[in-house]
Design a protein around this ligand. Sequence first.
Ligand SMILES: C[S@@+](CC[C@H](N)C(=O)[O-])C[C@H]1O[C@@H](n2cnc3c(N)ncnc32)[C@H](O)[C@@H]1O
Length: 258
Amino acid sequence: MVSKEKNIHYHSEEISKYFGRSRRKWDDYYPSERWIFDCLARERETFGHVLDVGCAAGGLGAMLGGRFTLSSYTGIDINPQAIATGREAGDLPPETRLLVGDVVEDASLASQGFDMVVNLSCADWNLDTAGILAASWARVAPGGVMVVSLRLTPGASVTSLAQSFQYIHYGDDPVPEGCEKAAYVVLNLNTALSMLSTLPETRRLVAYGYWGKPSATARTPVERVLFGVLAVERDRAPRPADDPVQLDLSFPRDAWLP
Ligand SMILES: C[S@@+](CC[C@H](N)C(=O)[O-])C[C@H]1O[C@@H](n2cnc3c(N)ncnc32)[C@H](O)[C@@H]1O
C-alpha cells in the first residue's frame, strides 16, 4: 500500500534558485526522460495542451517548447518562489500559465483536460504519492497521456519521511543546519505498475528505466534505485473493465530480482 498523507508545502528558496537555472534545456534531462518524450513525439504530431505538475520554475515548458510542438504549457507548483522565478524567465512558450498550488487540493484545474500531463520528480518527492498521481491522471483528457517519473525497487516500498528523505540542497557544499527535507519515496515495482495499470481507462503503459544510486543528498535505506519514466495512455472512450492493458517495459532484466 502507498501511504496517503497530507503533502508538505515546501518553502525552500533552493527550489527556485536551482530550477531557475537548471533543467531548462534538452541536455539537462535524464536519458529516461528524453527516451520517453522522443517516443511520444514519434507517435503524435503535437504534444497539444501540456500540464506540468510540480513544474518548479517551468523549465520543462522551456525545454518542450524548444524541441517539440505544443499548443500551450501550464505549470503548477506548491512553491511560490519557484513560480515567481518561472514567471520572470524569458524562455517559456508564448501560451504559458504558471500557477501556485497543490495539485491534490487545487480545484482550479479540475474541469480541464490536457493532452499531456507531466509529473517529473514530483509524485515521489512528496508524501501523498498516490494522491498526486490520481490528481494528475484526473486532468488527462480522453486520448491523452500522463508522463511520470518514479523511483522503483524490487523490494518493499519506502514511503515515510522518517525512513527516507532528501535534503533540499543543490551543489557540493555541506548540507546546512535546518535544511528543509523532501520526501524520497521509493515504490515497489509491482505496486507502481499495478497502481498505474488500474487507473481508470488506462490503455497502454510505456516505460524506460535503469539502475542508479540514490542522490547524494538523500538519506534512504534503498541502496540501488530503478529510475523509471512511464507514459500512461488514456483511452478515448471507456472500455469494458476486463479489456487488457498493454505494457511495453524497457527495464533491466533483473528489475524484479531482489
Ligand atoms: C524535484 S522538483 C522537480 C521539478 C521539475 N518537475 C523537474 O523535474 O525539473 C519537485 C517539485 O514538485 C513540487 N511539488 C511537490 N509536491 C507538489 C504538489 N503536491 N503539488 C504541486 N507541486 C508540488 C515542489 O515544490 C518542487 O518544485
